[in-house]
Design a protein around this ligand. Structure first.
Ligand code: PLP
Length: 409
């Protein structure tokens, strides 16, 4: 572990945001499930694009446009390789996980779902993987059904199996809960969904920074994630879709780039992926994401996982020593995220006290109101860990929670 600690101490130095103090205190940034901090290599790569390479892509017949287009399309290849897609055309650029789900719901969903069909989700989905399905369901007369969760935060697989039927046309679930930390059995659930003929969309927002994802091996039909949770820029995300399914889908938005030929009477559309990417894209988003992936791959997911699991274990043990503290989500397979409450204290009050101590966490319902209803609480305090955190951050968290308990209970 000491080698790993040394390696991650160096990695921590690559995040300029961590050099500042907050309220006069050392910053313990424990909100990576909301967004990760950005390493210098990503910031520098985006700066380089804006400094030297700035140009629109695909359409210019000049040097800078060529450089920008190469970097932009190079990012598509890098992302395809990163998640194990077979073809780079299976990678669609969007604004993030939320737009990714909306995109699939409004293209695949609108064409393939009909009255009486069911979309199976789970009780622990982020609103981004609930509301788009409800909106489409309402349009076509389909129904959204949710599999329950067990008290330890794992999906109730009996309930999941019971709710799968010939009516199920889409199964949409998260690979990792942003509240409970639960990692789900993506391959197993996908197999069960395919057995009833349903398509599968996996919300990868919380998993891509933890594990090497292999969409081909998992056999998912769609996989969506946001770059900003992966050390990359805001406003950029990815939809992976199996080529045959993407080929069968209508366009998403109309405009430049997505066309093959336009006349006043009629437009024919481009092939995938550009058919789904109308207008000037988020060029630095793609380029910055490629830099973020390189950053992660240079560290190696095996090391990241070992380091984060050690932090999770240490933090869980230390927090559980605090009287009146309850952790939500104790799944066997967990990401580096801990949600908790102090019995008798409001999560927002705890969050505020932690902030004053330089400990940045999120307090609220985390865009998972159905999960909060299932847990019977309005919200939690959530601490989430990443490659730049260390035991000093955990100790600062524990000390601040002890202080909050003294002040609030
Ligand atoms: N799904 C999960 C599991 C998330 O954690 C989040 C963000 O918190 C989202 C979806 C939505 O991601 P974005 O806001 O980047 O679209």
């Amino acid at each position: 572990m000491s080698n790993l600690n040394e390696l991650f101490a160096e990695i921590r130095n690559e995040f300029p945001a961590l050099t500042q103090t907050v309220h006069g205190k050392r910053l313990s940034y424990l909100d990576s499930a909301a967004t990760t901090l950005k390493p210098k290599v990503v910031i520098d790569r985006i700066t380089k694009f804006y400094t030297n390479e700035v140009s629109n892509v695909h359409r210019g017949a000049h040097y800078l446009a060529d450089i920008a287009t190469q970097a932009f399309e190079g990012a598509r290849h890098k992302i395809a390789n990163f998640i194990g897609a077979e073809q780079f055309e299976e990678i669609i650029f969007v604004r993030g996980t939320t737009e990714g789900v909306n995109f699939v719901a409004n293209t695949w969903g609108l064409t393939n779902l009909k009255a009486g069909d069911e979309i199976l989700i789970t009780e622990m989905e982020h609103h981004g993987n609930i509301v788009p399905w409800q909106m489409i369901a309402e349009k076509v007369g389909a129904k959204v059904v949710a599999a329950g969760i067990l008290d330890n935060g794992e999906i109730d697989m009996d309930d999941f199996k019971n709710k799968l039927s010939s009516k199920t046309k889409m199964v949409a679930f998260t690979a990792c809960s942003n509240v409970l930390g639960t990692n789900t059995d993506v391959a197993g659930m996908t197999k069960l969904a395919h057995a009833v003929g349903a398509k599968v969309l996996v919300d990868g927002a919380q998993i891509v920074s933890q594990f090497k994802v292999d969409v081909k091996a998992l056999d998912v039909d769609f996989f969506v994630f946001s770059s900003h949770k992966l050390f990359g820029p805001f406003g950029f995300g990815v939809v992976y879709g199996k080529r045959a399914i993407l080929d069968s889908m209508p366009p998403y938005q109309g405009g430049g780039s997505m066309i093959s030929k336009v006349t006043i009477e009629k437009t024919t559309y481009n092939d995938v992926p550009t058919r789904f990417e109308a207008g000037t894209p988020h060029v630095e988003g793609a380029i910055g994401t490629a830099a973020a992936i390189e950053f992660l791959e240079n560290i190696g997911f095996d090391k990241i996982h070992a380091y984060e699991m050690d932090l999770l274990k240490y933090a869980t043990e230390k927090l559980l020593e605090i009287p009146d503290l309850k952790i939500y989500g104790m799944a066997n397979d967990k990401g580096p995220t801990i949600s908790f409450n102090l019995k008798g204290a409001h999560h927002s009050d705890v969050g505020q006290i932690l902030d004053q101590e330089g400990v940045a966490v999120r307090a609220g319902h985390h865009c998972t109101q159905p999960l909060m209803a299932r847990l019977g609480i309005p919200g939690t305090v959530r601490a989430s860990f990443s490659v730049y955190n260390n035991r000093q951050d955990v100790d600062a968290l524990v000390k601040a929670v002890v202080k909050a308990r003294e002040l609030l209970l």
